[in-house]
Write a protein that binds this ligand. Sequence first.
Ligand code: BES
Ligand code: MN
Ligand code: ZN
Length: 500
Amino acid sequence: MSDALKLGFGPLKAPAKGVLIVFCDDALKFGPATRKAIAPAADFVSRAAKTERFTGKSGSALELILPEGLKVARLVVIGTGKIAELKPKDILKLGGVAMGRLPASANDGTIFAEFVDVALGAEQAADLAQGVRLRAYAFDRYKTKKKDDEQRKGAVSMTLAVGDVAAVRQAYAARAAVGDGVLLARDLVNEPANVLYPEEFARRAQALRKVGVAVEVLELKALKKLGMNALVGVGLGSWRESRVVVMRWNGGKKGEAPVAFIGKGVCFDTGGISIKPAASMEDMKGDMAGAACVTGLMQALAARKARVNAVGVIGLVENMPDGNAQRPGDIVKSMSGQTIEIINTDAEGRLVLADVIWYCAQRFKPKFMIDLATLTGAIIVALGQEYAGLFANDDKLAERLSKAGEATGELVWRMPLAKEYDKMIDSKFADMKNTGGSRYGSAITAAQFIKRFVDDKTPWAHLDIAGTGFDSRQTDVNKSWASGWGVRLLDRLVKDYYER
Ligand code: BES
Ligand code: MN
Ligand code: ZN
C-alpha cells in the first residue's frame, strides 16, 4: 500500500519540534490542553487572527511560521465552526484538513485532538486519525524524480495528541483495517492496465489470505465450463485471460447465509469493436473500481474481524478490439441460460455482471447482493460526481444504504426501475440486447439489464459508481485520482445492520 505515513498517538503535550496543528471554534476559543500548550504565543495568535481575518469557520486555517514563545517551527490553527454540529464524517474531514496543512517541506507533525468544550472521545479521535491517513495517501510509485515542492521526501510522522492514548489506539484498530481497505482499493484503481490486468488483479486479491480471507481464483477454463459466455465474450479480444475471483470471510454464525458483494472488474475498457474515442480513454484503466471496492471491503471486514459471513465476487476482464474480439450482432448464451444480443461491445460491464451475479446467487444463496460498477456515462450526466446511482429491488436495503451513505459521506441516490424501461432491452433475435437502443435513461436500462439476472426473492442493489469511483472531485480526505469509494460505505452498512 502506498502509505508513507507513520501515524502515532501520544499525550496532549506541546511538541518540541515540527508542525503543531490545533483546533479552535468560531469564537476563536481553544480547548484547555490546547490553550495551555500555545499559551506563550497566545497574544501572537490573536493578533495574527485579526490580521488575517481568521474567524474559525469550519475547515479554514491560520498558519504561523516560527511562532514566538513556542519550540515548534510552525503552528496551524484550524477552525471547526460550531462544535455542537460536528458529526463523525465532519471529524473525519477535519482530520483530512489537518493533514493537508502539513507543508510538503515538513516531515513531522502533531495534531492536538481537542475541540472546544467537547472532550473528544476515543471513537472521535480515531475518526480524526482516519481522516489524516486517508488524506496522506498519494499514488507516486511511478514518479522517479520527486520535485521538492511537489512531493514530500521521506516518510511523514504524524502524532495525534489525545486524552486517553490506550483507548484511542484501541478504537483506531478497526479504523486502520477499513483504511487499509480504502487504500488497497485506491492502489488497484490507480494502477495502469499494463500492470494490473486480470491475472495480476487476481494475484493481488490472493494477498487477502494473510488477513484470513479464503480466496479462490477461477481460471478461463473453469469460466467456460461454468457457461459464463457473457463474461468470457468480453475478454475475447484481449491477450490477457479473464478471471473470476471469489473471496470469503466467515466471521459470522456458522452456516448463516452470507452478505454478497459483486464487482465489475474491467481492467481496461477500450470499448472493444465499438471503440471509444481517444479523449480521456486512459481513464478506462479505472473501469475495475467496482471490483477494487469489493476487494478493499473484504480486506477491511477480515482485518477488523467483522462478525459477519461475507462473500465478494469479482469479474476480471479486459475489453479490447482484435481479430478475435466479439462483434456487434453476436449472440451469447449467459450462464443463466438467457441469450443476449450484443448491440454495442462498449456496454460490456453488464455482460460481466450478468454471469458473476448469477454465479454468486446460485452458489451462495446470499442474504442480499450488492453490485458495484463503473457502468454508465449516463449516471455521471444524471448525478455528477457527488452521489452514486442506487438501483434496488428492495426498499429496506435501499434505505439502509442511503443511511450508511449519509453517515460516511459516500452518498447514494436512488434511481427508478420499472417494466417500461425493461421493454427497451428486448431484442429481435435473442432474449435481450445489451443496450437500450437510445441514450435516454441509459443508466436505468443498464440496471434493468442486470436485474434480469437477479431473482426477485433476493434483495439486490446496484451501485453505478462511474461518477464516484475515480477522477472524483478532490475532497478533504482524498487527493488521489482513485477514491476508494464504497469501502467505507459498505463497511458501515455491514457494521450497522448485519453483524451478529
Ligand atoms: N466503463 C464505461 C462507463 C464509464 C464511462 C465509466 C465514463 C466511467 C466514466 C462503460 O463500459 C460504457 O462504456 N458504457 C457505455 C454504455 C453504452 C454503450 C450503452 C456508456 O455509458 O456510454
Ligand atoms: Mn464500456
Ligand atoms: Zn466499462
